[in-house]
Design a protein around this ligand. Structure first.
Ligand code: NAD
Length: 337
């Protein structure tokens, strides 16, 4: 927090629609009087000693500020490029990916009243990147599960449930088949649960969760779901579909010290620069960020204005069936403030 009473937050505007949707966040935050000062951060890769790295200044900025808001980054296709998203995740050890999944009034989807949270282990599992050729035509990919990473994300999930007032945590797994790896995750969950007597704990096999969620998601409303990496990747996108898709889905990547909040969607090159992008997902991510910083009053104020504009349905962007430009939607939110 600076001498002006404002918190410095690193802002990675990102590629494609990133600058347009970031502008909406900046305009709305300034109109709402949110005590945030943005520090622009450039993560364009640089070549150092023959390796692609993100600029040290960007790492220093996030390390200094502890909190960052991030627009989408386009991943260049082709060999030799590391994904910038993966680089950020590794650099800051962002071990938990948090995806709230909440229906938005005014935007009709097959389900009403969805309100659950998914937490995905973000550092290991099938995405450890340990793959090799055994012999020609046979490859092996190793799923790594450790007690340490499992315990870290599970503790976070129980604490998060307590903090947001959800009474239950459910671990999603396939310990029926992967007895050792998912078995360890599940055993660790049972052990961690003992330290949170106010939170009820149970578990469910992944395929069962998928079937039940698309049949009726509302029984999941009192729960935080926590799971290993791959399951979380897939299930969280399925849940995004339940509430109306990519333009509305926020997320938070929580690390040991630093956290990065971002929309789930990509850089949408097909609509970039045309003023058509829906900034809601990045806005809702910035609200998660305010909550993470304990700035609940500003978070509630901005969130209510967004929900009011969406519920009215008059000034909404094309992906939601409206005609408004990005800046017109932002102006409507500002009017509601
Ligand atoms: P995408 O999410 O960018 O786009 C998919 C479709 O959804 C497009 O039709 C797009 O116009 C639409 N869309 C996405 N966000 C929207 C918004 N806010 N408002 C209105 N419409 C929106 O996915 P993609 O095309 O597969 O990926 C494009 C690039 O983004 C790739 O380089 C990819 O690697 C990158 N990407 C980055 C992230 C990230 O930074 N977290 C996530 C996913 C993809």
């Amino acid at each position: 927090k600076g001498s002006d009473g404002k918190y410095l937050v690193s802002l990675i505007e990102g590629d494609g629609i990133g600058p347009e949707i970031s502008q909406s966040v900046k305009d709305i935050f300034s109109a709402a009087g949110a005590p945030i000062k943005w520090e622009p951060v450039d993560v364009t890769p640089q070549l150092r000693d023959g390796k692609t790295v993100i600029p040290q200044e960007s790492i220093d900025s996030i390390t200094r500020n502890y909190v960052a808001l991030k627009g989408p980054l386009a991943t260049p296709i082709g060999k030799g490029h590391v994904s910038l998203n993966l680089t950020l995740r590794r650099t800051f050890n962002l071990f938990a990916n948090v995806r709230p999944c909440k229906s938005i009034q005014g935007y009709k989807t097959p389900y009403d009243g969805v309100d659950t949270v998914l937490i995905r282990e973000n550092t290991e599992g099938e995405y450890s990147g340990i793959e090799h050729v055994v012999v020609d035509g046979v490859v092996q990919s190793i799923k790594l599960i450790t007690r340490q990473a499992s315990e870290r994300v599970l503790r976070f999930a129980f604490q998060y449930a307590e903090d947001i007032g959800k009474p239950k945590v459910r671990a999603v797994h396939k310990a029926t088949i992967m007895k050792m790896s998912d078995g360890l995750f599940l055993r660790t969950a049972r052990e961690v649960a003992k330290d949170f007597p106010n939170v009820e704990f149970d578990s469910e096999v992944l395929d069962n969760s998928c079937l039940k969620m698309v049949t009726d998601p509302t029984p999941y409303n009192d729960k935080v779901l926590v799971m290993p990496n791959l399951y979380g990747d897939i299930l969280s996108d399925m849940c995004a579909g339940l509430i109306g898709g990519l333009g509305l889905t926020p997320s938070g990547n929580i690390g040991d010290e630093c956290s990065i909040f971002e929309a789930v969607h990509g850089s949408a090159p097909d609509i970039a620069g045309k003023g058509l992008a829906n900034p809601t997902a990045l806005l809702l991510s910035s609200i998660m960020m305010l909550q993470h910083m304990g700035l609940y009053e500003h978070a509630n104020k901005i969130q209510s204005a967004i929900f009011a504009v969406l519920a009215e349905g008059k000034t909404i962007t094309g992906d939601l069936g409206g005609k408004a430009k990005t800046h017109e939607y932002a102006e409507a939110v500002i009017k509601k403030l």
